[in-house]
Design a protein. Sequence first.
Length: 86
Amino acid sequence: MALTETQQLRMLERLRSAGNQPVTLDQLRAGGIDFPAVVIGELELNGYVIERVYEHSRQIGVRLQETEAPDPPASRRRHRWRRVSR
């Protein structure tokens, strides 16, 4: 399992355990997620809905919106591109 996938799974676990409570980026970093904003973006690209929670126009955290759960983060395959010979 790649480091990226581990970070995504760790964040999903943390957000799910928080339930409806927002989780701050600092809490995610303390939980071992190195770049939480990047991991949030990756999860959103994989189909997860992550809500940013604001208080007085300031972001205080994020929470996972439980919708139909997409497939878990997939391994990234390396594609070898070959130039077509003419």
